[in-house]
Design a protein around this ligand. Structure first.
Ligand code: SF4
Length: 452
């Protein structure tokens, strides 16, 4: 979601004549798009601001803007920082270019964040903003200097779930779904510009609901409409919440070949006691039933998940229940996070952060080991298989072999199931669908050769 916000703001700035530079010393303005989900991410922003404060001593004209969730959460505190000129929350991103222009002109500090972000009036404001900013998504990747082959489209903003550890509902506000027509029009436009894969985004994308007249559109409807666009080859959606996951989504995944058989569906814990304390709204068994149903409906479904270790009160038994769930589900890959209390959340206010740091670290490492072992074993079934991949471009970490040269560098692509595949081939294949044969496998990567 943040990546999308960054690219939308970049596009909005580009329209005003700004160009990107990766050197702060060359910049007129530096924007930091922030994440509040974990403490570590916020600490890094504060450290960047420290560097920028020094830089401003030699570049006093430099404008520094802090945008996104941390801006919404910390507003005034950030504005008071010596380095900061502009503070804008996720609901004000459409105003950022104007705020930067003004700050460049008069060097006054400005803050635009939403008051009462959970109020109905804020929902309406967010819906309005959403349309103004989201329309900016471009097929041109200014970072890579070429037309992209894939694009993200926001289907909805915000979240109504209030998981006890999570800051998102407080900084991104309530769930607001975009009109299906706006999404489909945007997808058509992007497809016309060369985009072949569309990923629909939402914090809880399966909660997508849009009512127009007497009809309510769901994610299943949206997937159908986007995959009906001729030039679109693959459609993905992230992220799904396991509570109230409508089976119609699975049916659409099974019925429509363009909808990728991939679900990112975080369980967070395998212990019912912890799931209750997290306010997740399902049990471990309920989660497993959903996964079994999904696997029975969607052939070759690939699954990814998220887990939090060291949630308040998590015992060894709770941790073992999580490890057991992972062993049962057998994910393609998972992200594991060590719990850190986020200010203002229920968990921060009511639950003691009582799992020692070293225990969190140990559980984190052990879970990653289990996840990696499973993926390593399961990925071996791909050996010798021919797969179709969408080529993303040259690999940033070439590790297949050292034979690559300018004509035949190592490329990275993804399968429909979201497996990462690396292989050697001409860079001109970027953005195309090609066939590759898998020659070697590892836990996170499939290694392959191009099939003529
Ligand atoms: S579903 Fe829970 S974890 Fe996900 S964004 Fe909403 S509150 Fe946060």
């Amino acid at each position: 979601m943040n990546k999308l916000d960054s690219s939308l703001v970049t596009a909005a700035l580009a329209e005003r004549g700004f160009v990107l530079t990766d050197k702060a010393t060359e910049a007129d303005a530096v924007l930091i798009n922030t994440c509040s989900v974990r403490e570590h991410a916020e600490d890094r922003v504060l450290s960047h601001l420290g560097h920028l404060r020094h830089l401003k001593k030699t570049q006093p004209q430099l404008v520094v803007a802090v945008i996104g969730c941390m801006a919404q959460r910390m507003g005034e505190t950030l504005l008071a920082h010596e380095a900061v000129d502009v503070v804008a929350g996720p609901g004000q991103l459409h105003e950022v270019p104007e705020l930067i222009d003004k700050a460049m002109a008069d060097h006054q500090k400005r803050m635009h964040v939403l008051d009462n972000i959970r109020q109905p009036a804020a929902s309406e404001a967010i819906r309005d903003i959403s349309e103004r900013l989201d329309a900016f998504e471009l097929a041109y990747d200014s970072d890579a200097n070429h037309i992209k082959s894939q694009a993200f489209i926001r289907a909805m903003r915000g979240c109504n779930n209030f998981c006890s550890y999570c800051i998102v509902p407080y900084v991104r506000g309530p769930e607001v779904s975009r009109a299906p027509q706006a999404i489909v029009e945007q997808a058509k436009k992007l497809a016309g510009e060369g985009i072949r894969q569309i990923t629909l985004l939402g914090q809880t994308i399966n909660a997508y609901r849009y009512t127009a007249g007497d009809r309510t559109y769901t994610l299943a409807d949206l997937l159908e409409q986007v995959s009906a666009i001729d030039a679109v080859r693959w459609v993905r959606f992230i992220t799904s919440h396991p509570g109230q996951f409508d089976p119609s989504i699975l049916q659409v995944m099974a019925d429509l070949p363009k909808v990728c058989p991939y679900l990112h569906i975080p369980a967070q814990s395998g212990s019912d006691r912890i799931l209750r304390a997290m306010n997740r709204g399902y049990t471990a068994e309920g989660y497993i039933e959903l996964i079994e149903k999904a696997r029975a409906t969607v052939p070759e479904l690939a699954l990814a998940g998220d887990f939090i270790v060291g949630f308040p009160g998590e015992t060894d038994e709770d941790y073992e229940a999580t490890a057991a769930l992972i062993r049962r589900v057998r994910y393609k890959n998972c992200f594991v996070f060590k719990y850190s209390p986020r200010p203002g959340t229920h968990a921060e206010k009511k639950l003691a952060d009582d799992v020692p740091a070293e225990v969190k670290q140990e559980r984190n490492a052990k879970l990653l080991e289990i996840i990696s072992e499973i993926a390593d074993q399961d990925n071996q079934t791909f050996l010798g298989r021919t797969l179709e991949v969408l080529v993303e471009g040259p690999s940033k970490k070439p590790h297949l072999n050292k034979a690559e040269n300018e004509d035949n560098p190592q490329l990275v692509g993804r399968t429909k199931h979201d497996y990462i595949v690396v292989f050697n081939g001409p860079e001109s294949l970027t953005g195309q669908f090609v066939k590759v044969r898998v020659t070697k496998t590892a836990a996170l990567t499939l290694f392959a050769e191009l099939v003529a």
